[in-house]
Design a protein around this ligand. Sequence first.
Ligand code: PLP
Length: 422
Amino acid sequence: MNESLEDRERPDETTLLALREIARRYGTPTYAFDLRRVVAQVEKLRRHLPAEIEILYSLKSNASLGICDVLADCGIGVDVASAGELATALEAGFPQNRIFVAGPFKLAETIARLHHTPEAIVSVDSMSELQRLSDERIPNSAVLRLRPDFGSCAVVPAGSESRFGFTCDELQRCRDFLPSCNLDVIGFHVFAGSQVLDADRLNEHLRRSLDLSLRAAETLSIAPTYFNLGGGFGISYAPDGEELDLARVGEELASLAARATPARIVLELGRYLVAESGWYVTSVVGHQTFQGRPAVIVDGGVHQRADMCGLHLRKKQRPPLVLNVDSTVLTPTDVLGCLSLPDDVMLEASPLPKLSRGDILAFSNAGAYGMWSSPAIFHGSPLPAEAAFDGSDIYLMRERKPAQSILEDQHHVVRKTATSPV
Ligand SMILES: Cc1ncc(COP(=O)(O)O)c(C=O)c1O
């Protein structure tokens, strides 16, 4: 078996101690991030990909400031998609000239911030947006996002059927507009989807994205200097899952970099950088039966794990670590959240020891698209706490707020014409 896969199955004693200590100090539900794991992913990419390929961290996968701090320190760039993400990237210390600002339409607050971030590169999603940004005379260089002209192999696809980017027809219209456009268009951006584990399929995405970008450069008669080819590097969620063969992807990228010269190739990665570092730590609060099996209820739920739904993780993720029970007698057990929502099922038929109230379950691979993509305030829930660990050093990233905090910033409505009680 793949060595690193085995490592993932059995976390070392330092990780177990850190997770226990985080649950003790900050309670549950809490996200806990293994910072060494985050740094290790950057190092792995650097080992396997050609040095000239630039890596950006896609903040949409996890915009927690503490995680951004660590990734900014690693010296990579960042891909943001809103004014809030841009503010976070700057606060974390990503240099302006390594910031890529994307998203289907830049809203007024983002545009205002771009005027103060002139070295960031902006991805323009449509003809309508190009006209708007040109009217606004933003000082940034731009790349045009292209809609893939090929089908996506990603688990979360963004291929020819998606709504994002210029179509071939729009590029023709763009060609007529460019001479009067106030933006300097320096290249292209293609993102074909997220969570691709098969290196050959991923390489096909990257190759076809470059082909499309080179054709677009011809259509527009420009000499591009910047190609963002997306990425979508997948991680293994299933217990018996394979890892992405990064060496093969590196070989493909070396040949694409040679074809792209003198333009540089950039990749934007979220899940690959942070998913495996995250643990979602919950406590058992009660018992039920579900589908004829014993089930436990935990104090979290799928409202804090948006990643669960798109990837159907309730059926195929690794069993959670049970932090305080050593028994080897395992029974297929369902793990349910505490929402009144039929789909609030964290895991089905997972081999677990007999669990009691207060036992701590830590779900692995929860670092990407968890809280940051979730309908987190469903059921009036405050956000979970967030902590990080670096070996035995533990840091609080986000305080747990009391239930009362959901009333913050809200105002009563006292009607001028009150309805009289019947
Ligand atoms: C445009 C764009 N770029 C980057 C990403 C990050 O993808 P991943 O987390 O798979 O690396 C996404 C995810 O949906 C995206 O839509």
